[in-house]
Design a protein around this ligand. Structure first.
Ligand code: MCN
Ligand code: CUM
Length: 787
């Protein structure tokens, strides 16, 4: 299926070209940097050249004297307004502009507002900051050493770099399983620091209207309502005086969940100058200072019987959170949803401990299509299963097949307390193995090994957990994770749907219209989806953790069903029969046994606004709304197989073939689902083979451009081969599960497993990402762990 084919609009689910593409492919997208307001000024951020240094003085006089500069804001200015520090999404604080120390290279130190962007940048050079360099903490594994410099001496009583200890599972039961196990395999592994690198960098245009007192912020955000509430709480402004608009933001990938200092500076800049202020970071600023992902140092152990029955998992993690704990995840989950590390397997016991530490690096950790750290969890367990297969000398696909949860075990409560809603795992794995031609590939591999050629086959199986989440378990900064949808049906039968979630490229304008179409029989072309503007949409926590379909999609379906029920009452008045005598068929209510006696949804919509005598208690109009509080997460899953060829001389890896079988329950729009999977698979190849945010021992950031931090292109990607199974979610109104992060979560392990499999003739059992040619070559020399 290709997205460019001409095709009719389906009246509901099915392949449909994206409505938003009409403007995107014509260059008519409206990104934050496209916003131009009358009299708008431009801001630029001065950043720290040091990873760790005391600020002795900041002299802004020369910058202030620049003829085009309108304001220079420092940490001291902000401290006067009580805005030098802001709360993070993880109940820590982060410096907006540094006052006492800088704590990572690229940290925000001062903000210049000028008449144009160039002058703002030029004036940064005129600011004189006197720094006293301090020794930095770069290696998370040394952050808790007794002699490690204390990064967060701003926090009262702080004498070390410890953030949190978190554990899950049953330690005693797990230790017992390990004590009794015939086989235990252990492996240290690093999921390196990587970056989501969306197409549009982060930025904001802030506009305070001094007459009305209303602040409008056009900004790159995945969660407009959450941002508004945070600004309201921090600035003490009432929410109705703040409007957050998130237009076509050019990709998010988790990079645009939190609030960055630059946004706050743009707002303060507008307050100080009385003019709109635009701040857009450049690519280096984005890579150096905004939410990174992963950075988990993991030690995993897997216990099994000699004949390959997996019994237990034991895990210890050091989590590098950077200089401020700015990770975006539900409050009770300091390690995100890493607790699903037991993966897709039936085992007896599991236990995990995660210790979070501060280092002199940018804050973040939860981004890049991670489903709140399920990327790390899946990578860990899928590498461990392969390590176990290696030690036992068995086929990794068969080992998985033997241990996968069976369909009759669902709903399944995992050993760490997650209730998997539905699945048929063996079916998905069987399909993937058939589709890729697994047996034949193993024969080909054996023949190649005989000839000294390196070919590898990597399998991964993943269970995702998306759609956060039940309000009683999940909140962000105390805000429960429910989302609203409002559906208004106009008199002519066209509709407008207002959503709290926010698309960043996932095609919500199309798929959410399709949900309404499926429920009401109004063409998706006639349904306008409005999102990304707090003045126009109901409250909700936004788009991340692939929660839009599981939460807002459910809200949409429920609201549409409420419209349908209202329509039924109006139709009964129109047809002069009891509502009980009516039956629904997509697009119309008809009289049972007399299908010709019917009213279409648009006839009903008109009547609902007309002078028809309505039954007692029926108000007229067909509008309805829903606030959806999900009863559980949804659990998409999938089976991936990757085939690589490795050049023994150069260490270069070529991904030759990749089969991905995904199950996201009912698919609303298969083209969009496939597009999401394609993107995620490319992410996986990127992380497995090319990407890392590296630092030198002084904490200098070594990945500040796309020359150093590599994005995968079509050259590195094979022609993806997709398959599907459909296991509806039993608790979701339309049986859909999320898909936005599945492939990013599931694919890195498949690629790494394939490369390690290729290197088997060298006795390689594990090698850390990214498997660059140099790393592959080193692994073949017996040096597999990146240090
Ligand atoms: N969909 C569908 N049928 C399903 C499930 C989903 O047709 N059974 C459709 C949805 O309706 C939606 C899309 O697939 O149009 C993705 O849906 P969903 O899985 O609900 O994910 P979200 O919309 O919440 O998107 C968030 C997710 C995340 S968290 C990251 S990170 C990521 C991802 O989406 N960022 C992206 N994919 C991205 N794709 C693009 N182009 N840009 C990003 O920034
Ligand atoms: Cu973890 S990236 Mo997405 O959840 O926005």
């Amino acid at each position: 299926m290709t997205a460019t084919e001409e095709r009719p609009t389906p009246m509901g689910y099915g392949p449909m070209n994206r409505k938003e593409d009409a403007r995107f492919v014509r260059g008519h997208g409206n990104y934050v940097d496209d916003i131009v307001l009358p009299g708008m000024l431009h801001g630029a951020v001065l950043r720290s050249p040091y990873a760790h240094a005391r600020i002795l003085s900041v002299d802004t006089s020369a910058a202030q004297a620049h003829p085009k500069v309108r304001a220079v804001i420092t940490g001291e200015t902000l401290a006067g307004l009580n805005l030098a520090w802001m709360p993070t999404l993880s109940h820590d604080v982060q410096a907006v502009l540094a006052t006492d120390k800088v704590r990572f290279q690229g940290q925000e130190v001062a903000f210049v507002v000028a008449e144009d962007r160039y002058s703002a940048r030029d004036a940064l050079e005129l600011i004189d900051v006197d720094y006293e360099p301090l020794p930095p903490v770069v290696d998370a594994r040394k952050a808790l050493d007794a002699d490690a410099p204390v990064i967060r001496d701003d926090l009262e009583g702080r004498t070390d770099n410890h953030i949190f200890d978190w554990e899950t599972g049953d330690k005693a039961a797990t230790d017992d399983v390990f004590d009794r196990a015939e086989v235990v395999a252990a492996q240290d592994m690093l999921y390196p620091r990587v970056h989501p690198a969306p197409m549009e960098t982060c930025g904001a245009v802030a506009d305070l209207d001094k007459i009305t007192g209303k602040l409008t912020v056009y900004t790159t955000t995945q969660a407009p309502h959450a941002h508004r509430t945070v600004y309201a709480m921090v600035a003490g402004l009432p929410e109705h005086k703040i409007r957050i608009v998130s237009p076509d933001i050019g990709g998010g990938f988790g990079n645009k969940v939190g609030i960055y200092p630059g946004y706050v500076c743009a707002i303060v800049g507008s307050i100080v100058t009385g003019k709109p202020v635009k701040w857009m970071e450049d690519r280096s600023e984005n890579l150096m200072s905004t939410s990174f992902a992963r950075d988990y140092h993991m030690r995993g152990e897997i216990a099994a019987t000699r004949d390959g029955k997996i019994l237990g998992l034991r895990v210890k993690v050091i989590a590098d959170h950077g200089a401020f704990n700015g990770t975006a995840q539900p409050t009770k989950f300091p390690a995100g949803f890493f607790g699903v590390f037991t993966g897709s397997y039936d085992l007896q016991a599991a236990h995990c401990e995660v210790t979070g530490v501060y280092t002199n690096k940018a804050p973040g950790g939860v981004a890049y299509a991670c489903s709140f750290r399920i990327t790390e969890a899946v990578y860990l367990v899928e590498r461990l299963v392969d390590v176990l297969a290696y030690d036992l000398g068995v086929d990794p696909a068969q080992l998985r097949m033997r241990n996968l949860l069976r369909p009759e075990q669902f709903p399944y409560e995992s050993k760490t307390g997650w209730e998997y809603d539905s699945g048929d795992y063996p079916k998905a794995l069987r399909l993937a193995l058939e589709q890729v031609g697994y047996e034949e590939l193993r024969v080909e591999q054996a023949a190649k090994r005989d000839r000294g050629e390196l070919m590898g086959i990597g399998v991964s199986f993943f269970t995702e957990a998306v759609g956060a989440g039940p309000r009683k378990h999940m909140d962000i900064l105390g805000l429960g994770m429910a989302d609203g949808a409002e559906l208004r049906v106009h008199p002519t039968g066209k509709a407008v749907l207002r959503l709290s979630c926010q698309t960043q490229g996932q095609g919500h304008e199309t798929t959410f219209a399709q949900i309404v179409a499926e429920e009401l029989g109004i063409s998706p072309d006639d349904i306008d989806v409005v999102h990304g503007d707090t003045d126009q949409t109901p409250f909700g926590l936004g788009t991340y953790g692939s929660r839009s379909t599981p939460v807002s999609g459910a809200a949409t379906a429920v609201a549409a069903r409420r419209v349908r029920e209202r329509a039924k009452l109006v139709a009964s008045a129109m047809l002069e029969v009891s509502p009980d005598d009516l039956e629904w068929e997509k697009g119309r209510w008809f009289v049972k046994g007399d299908p010709a006696a019917s009213k279409t949804i648009s006839e009903i919509a008109l009547a609902a606004h007309a002078d028809l005598e309505l039954p007692e208690g029926v108000e007229g109009h067909l509008d309805a709304a829903c606030v959806y509080n999900p009863p559980n997460l949804t659990y998409p899953f999938g089976a991936y197989v990757c085939v690589v060829d490795v050049d023994a001389e150069t260490g270069q890896v070529k991904v030759r073939k990749f089969v991905a079988v995904d199950d996201c329950g009912v698919r609303i729009n298969p083209i969009i689902v496939e597009g999401q999977v394609h993107g995620g698979l490319a992410d996986g190849v990127g992380m497995a083979l090319m990407q890392v945010m590296a630092f030198d021992e002084d904490g200098n950031h070594l990945g500040g451009s796309f020359m150093d931090y590599l994005l995968p292109t079509s050259m590195e990607c094979p022609s993806w081969e997709l398959g599907e199974t459909v296991t509806p979610s039993p608790h979701h109104p339309i049986g859909a599960k999320g898909i936005g992060e599945s492939a990013t979560v599931g694919s890195p392990a498949a690629v790494v497993n394939a490369v390690v499999d290729a290197l088997r003739p060298y006795g390689v059992r594990h090698a850390d990402m990214p498997l660059t040619p140099a790393a592959v070559w080193r692994a073949a020399q017996g040096d597999p762990i990146r240090t």
